[in-house]
Structures are given as structure tokens and as C-alpha cells.
Design a protein. Structure first.
Length: 202
């Protein structure tokens, strides 16, 4: 269960491009999960802050399956970064799937897709394939450990590891393979323990 550390200005999300507006978010109790909008907004604002609000991608959420993005129709269980419009798209079913594991699982998804945006902007490991995907997992772990407005406890870490394992695959199609379950768990765990995003270079 993610803990919201402080009240802060965060990014608002709709099915249209985001804009920066001030939102006041109260802390949650230990007995409840943060709702998806708060997780997305808080994680996104935290990562944007890490990068000094440079090259901030747009976010479109929630996206129903079949919604036409700049990179094609939204697939049911998917979240992805689209280079064509420097945007992150998150489907409604993906949010629901993440919450089968917990709110931290959704924060991991946000971190992973934001990492792809930074890979593209800064031109490191931006090609499709498992190396790029595992590096994005590592960076997602680093982001979760480094954001200043959220705290992830041991239960959150377990949620992330379980979801990363579920997202692993054994595809033999290079452009679709994201890494095996064990590789994805290892990558995001390594990122959580890293003290710098440089440690995620592969």
C-alpha cells in the first residue's frame, strides 16, 4: 500500500493530453489502497520531478480497448509509450489487472512507460527488444525508490515483484519479448536498490 508523503502539485489526467494543475491529495491510511488516479498522478509527477520536468511526455488515461492512438488502436491489456506523439497510453483493463496485485503495481507500470519515453529522448537502448524492456524495468524500480512524494513499503515491493513476474514472457519474437518472469523481477528489484539511474545501463 503506497503512502503519500506530502501534499503536492501533480499532473491531471484525462483522455485528452495532460496539463499541469494543482491538486491537493491527502494521505491514505495503512488500510486502504490509493485509487488509480492518485497513483498515476503522484508517480508521474514524482518521476517528472526527477528529470527536472524536462521532456515530459503526455499521458492519456483511461483508454478503452480499440481507442485509436497515434501508434494504432489500443490493445485490451496494454500500456505503452508512443514515440510518434511522445505520449504514454494506459488501458482501462491494464489498470484493473495491476490492481489485482495492488496500487504499487500500477506505479510500476507508470515508471516503466516513463522510462521508455526517456530512452527515446536521450537515445539509449531505445530499440525494441528485451534489453530495452529490462532497462525500463530497472529504471521503473529506481523511480519508485527515488520519488519524493511516495513511499513504498515491503508489501508494495512484493506487489511489484509479483506483477513483474506475471508480465514476463517467453516469446521468441524479438520485438515483443519483454524478458522472462525471473528477468523482469531481477531488473525491477535491481533498480529499487540502485542509487543512480546510471546503474540501469545495460
Amino acid at each position: 500500500m503506497i503512502k503519500k508523503l506530502v501534499q503536492s502539485s501533480v499532473i491531471a489526467f484525462t483522455i485528452t493530453p495532460i496539463s499541469l494543475i494543482a491538486l491537493s491529495i491527502t494521505s491514505k491510511s495503512n488500510a486502504q489502497e490509493l485509487p488509480p488516479d492518485q497513483v498515476i498522478q503522484s508517480m508521474y509527477a514524482g518521476v517528472a520531478n526527477i528529470h527536472g520536468y524536462q521532456a515530459v511526455p503526455k499521458v492519456y488515461r483511461p483508454i478503452p480497448p480499440g481507442f485509436n492512438t497515434s501508434c494504432g488502436p489500443m490493445v485490451k491489456l496494454n500500456a505503452f509509450y508512443c514515440r510518434r506523439d511522445h505520449s504514454i497510453y494506459i488501458s482501462i483493463p491494464m489498470v484493473r489487472w495491476a490492481y489485482q496485485y495492488g496500487d504499487a503495481a500500477l506505479a510500476y507500470v507508470i515508471g516503466h512507460e516513463y522510462a521508455h519515453a526517456m530512452q527515446n529522448v536521450y537515445k539509449f537502448n531505445s530499440n525494441n527488444g528485451p534489453i530495452s524492456e529490462l532497462q525500463a524495468d530497472c529504471l521503473a524500480g529506481f523511480y519508485m525508490a527515488a520519488v519524493q512524494n511516495l513511499v513504498f513499503d515491503n508489501r508494495d515491493i512484493a506487489e511489484v515483484r509479483s506483477f513483474a513476474y506475471a508480465l514476463g514472457d517467453f516469446s521468441n519474437v524479438w520485438t515483443e519479448h519483454h524478458g522472462t518472469p525471473k528477468q523482469r523481477v531481477a531488473a525491477v528489484t535491481f533498480g529499487m536498490r540502485a542509487n543512480s539511474p546510471v546503474r540501469c545501463k545495460l
